[in-house]
Design a protein around this ligand. Structure first.
Ligand code: PLP
Length: 404
């Protein structure tokens, strides 16, 4: 890549912070012991892991034995959905009911859908309102006598909308304290209060690579006393819940990344939110027939998701990429396919209304200059694509007439 690049895809992943990398480095080639080994080398690694556990527990206001390290949010979410159901069947025979949302990340959505297909659970998928926010009443009304688990993401990864987790937590604690409440907080950790007590959650998932930590490492918070079954056999690592050699360097990086957020959250939030609002206003003003997907207010400080009518999102993305601007249409996983985004469909949009959507997610180092340049290129690209699609349509209609 020779040209200057502008990275506006921080919801897909972030760069490892230089300070985080520095703290990780010794654990690759020098302090490389297996944290489960009893000798000094092993204990050195184990101590580093336990230091990270303290950092993570502090961030979530949790106890040390409530923090499980995993390979990322995908694994944490799979462990939640499958582990809760498996633990349930050890005691009960009746089919349980799960409530989740229609716009969860695919690792939650497909885990639930597959259990449903296997006839192991009954499931309700709640659609958000038009603004991309789940209604507390909708969750409440979906509760049945056999509901065992409610899983609602904190911040949606595609449209950035913030869900009323604490309110849902309160309702559950008040009316149905036996129901287990989980939130996928992967996109929230950088920006929102993740105090598990305030949120009223029993389980919380997150991933390091969305918060300037390394890829392949994440956390599952499990409230004390809650029994979930392991879904992977092997060693007794992580309180017997997550077999597999401990990823020392990754965990050290996660701990370092999460401890940096607490220091910087307030100032970063203000700065990034201002830039986000500037970007939204500029795009909507300068590019005709554009609209914002999802609530403007209940929104992550770093997320912009705009729709341009008469534009194909994938074509726009490739055009921007060729100019060094990296963004996303829908989530990274779905952007490989041309099927409409399940998130945008869940808002009640028609498939043809979802196509020209562009997700721009800002990071802690994004500048106003970058935003200005990006809008200039986006505007030019949208105009170009509309001209092309316009002439394609004209040709199409000409042919139709010809045939008629
Ligand atoms: C990125 C992401 C995941 C997946 O996390 P990995 O650690 O990459 O497996 C899950 N949920 C949400 C909301 C995400 O943004």
């Amino acid at each position: 890549m020779t040209k200057k690049t502008i990275y506006l895809d921080h919801a897909a992943t972030t760069a490892v912070d230089k300070k985080v990398l520095q703290e990780m480095m010794p654990y690759f080639s020098d302090k490389y012991g297996n944290a489960s080994s009893l000798h000094y080398f092993g204990q050195e690694a184990s101590q580093a892991v336990e230091k990270a556990r303290i950092q993570v527990a502090k961030y979530f206001n949790a106890n040390l034995n409530e923090i499980i390290f995993t390979s990322g949010a995908t694994e944490s979410n799979n462990l939640v959905i499958k582990g809760v159901v498996k633990a349930y069947y050890k005691k009960e025979k009746k089919k349980p009911h799960i409530i989740t949302t229609a716009f969860e990340h695919h690792c939650v959505l497909n885990a639930v859908k597959n259990l449903e297909k296997e006839n192991l659970v009954e499931a309700t998928f709640i659609n958000p309102k038009k603004d991309g926010v789940i209604s507390v009443a909708d969750i409440k009304n979906a509760i049945k006598s056999n509901t065992i688990l409610i899983s609602v993401m904190y911040v949606n990864n595609e449209i950035g909308t913030v869900q009323p987790i604490a309110e849902i937590g309160k309702i559950i604690q008040k009316n149905n304290p036996k129901i287990i409440f989980h939130t996928d907080a992967t996109q929230a950790v950088n920006y929102f209060d993740c105090n598990v007590e305030k949120l009223g959650v029993d389980l919380l998932s997150m991933s390091a690579h969305k918060i300037y930590g390394p890829k392949g490492v994440g956390v599952l918070y499990i409230k004390k006393g809650l029994i979930i079954a392991k879904i992977q056999d092997g060693g007794a690592q992580e309180f017997g819940l997550r077999a597999g050699t401990i990823n020392t360097s990754g965990i050290v990086g996660l701990g370092s990344a999460i401890s940096m957020i607490k220091d910087q959250r307030t100032t970063n939030n203000e700065k990034i939110k201002k830039l986000r609002d500037y970007l939204i206003a500029k795009v909507l003003k300068e590019i005709p027939d554009s609209r914002l997907n999802g609530s403007k207010i209940k929104r992550s400080p770093n997320n912009v998701n705009v729709n341009f009518s008469r534009v194909e999102g994938e074509s726009l993305l490739m055009m921007l990429s060729s100019e060094g601007i990296f963004a996303s249409t829908g989530s990274a996983c779905s952007s490989g396919s041309l099927s409409p985004s399940h998130v945008l469909l869940s808002l009640g949009l028609k498939p043809e209304e979802t196509h020209g959507s562009l997700r721009l997610t800002l990071g802690k180092n994004t500048t106003k200059k970058e935003v200005d340049y990006a809008v200039k290129v986006i505007k030019r690209s949208v105009e170009k694509l509309r001209k092309v699609s316009g002439s394609v349509l004209k040709d199409y209609y000409k042919n139709m007439k010809h045939k008629a």
